[in-house]
Design a binder for this molecule. Structure first.
Ligand SMILES: [Zn+2]
Length: 285
């Protein structure tokens, strides 16, 4: 008896990273799931007015999908929104920050490689962004943690070239070297940016991965700007591409809130932290 096996169907939670048009009315959707990592799945007919799928497949949405295995892309047969992240969509700086994070995850992940830490990181980042008063600390935290769980943890303790412990002086940050350089090695390097003592200190705190501690960081405007420029330089080395959304981030820069973070908890006194040998001037809230 000839057996025709039914299409194999599976259910997964996922965060939508992006989508693109596919054929006449289809949508090719890039998702990140807890158990299958990054997947590209096809929502046939999603652009037809009668389709009930499209509304659930917008970027940043957390969904449950029912997928049918297919020869090419697996097919979306059902979609249900778990979290639409409306608070992110309603603010341009939140949205640009979230799209940037989604692009980082997309660029730094390969299809079908399970990584629950990345999924959890993205999910927690989006939740944080919904209530955040400013983008700098959440975005920097996300970058440092994503580098870590993706295997690109930058060296922030000792020189990435000679191994000497970094002193509390002006050091270098090098994309090709994968972290900081001591002044002597920085002088010999062609691809390096200066990193201040305070900026290095903040990156070290963020690298600890303690969300509550990071949430109490207060960055004054020059320090926030320095960190932004440093990570804008550094991240493409890990991603190995220019990032499309940094242009978008630039465009909405004027819309971000000014000044320091509003907050109800006391700011972190950084010289009291575990790696407290380098003091950071914490701005008053
Ligand atoms: Zn060195």
């Amino acid at each position: 008896m000839a057996s025709v096996s039914a299409p194999q169907v599976y259910r997964t939670e996922a965060i939508i990273l992006r989508h693109q048009r596919y054929g006449e009315a289809g949508r090719l959707v890039t998702i990140f799931s807890p158990n299958h990592g990054k997947l590209r799945v096809l929502a046939r007919g999603a652009l037809r007015p009668t389709s009930h799928l499209a509304g659930h497949l917008e970027p940043l949405t957390k969904v449950v999908l029912l997928l049918a295995r297919a020869r090419g892309f697996d097919l979306v047969t059902q979609a249900e929104t778990l979290e639409s992240h409306g608070a992110i969509r309603s603010t341009l700086w939140r949205m640009s920050s979230a799209f940037y994070a989604a692009e980082l995850v997309d660029r730094m992940s390969q299809d079908n490689i399970e990584s629950f830490p990345i999924y959890r990181l993205l999910q927690r980042f989006l939740a944080w962004l919904e209530e955040a008063k400013e983008p700098d600390v959440p975005v920097r935290f996300f970058e440092l943690q994503l580098l870590g769980v993706s295997g690109y943890r930058p060296e922030l303790r000792s020189c990435a070239e000679c191994g000497a412990p970094l002193e509390p002086v002006l050091n270098g940050l090098s994309g090709p070297a994968g972290g900081c350089l001591c002044p002597a090695c920085a002088l010999k390097s062609r691809d390096v940016r200066p990193i201040s003592v305070n900026a290095l200190k903040v990156l070290r705190v963020l690298q600890l991965g303690d969300r509550d501690l990071a949430g109490r960081l207060r960055l004054d405007a020059p320090l926030a700007r320095e960190l932004d420029q440093l990570m804008r330089y550094y991240m493409p080395h890990a991603v190995d591409h220019d990032l499309r959304t940094t242009g978008f981030v630039d465009a909405v820069r004027a819309t971000r809130p000014t000044g320091n973070h509003a907050g109800t908890t006391a700011p972190v006194t950084l010289d009291a932290q575990p790696d407290g040998q380098l003091p950071v001037e914490a701005a008053a809230p």
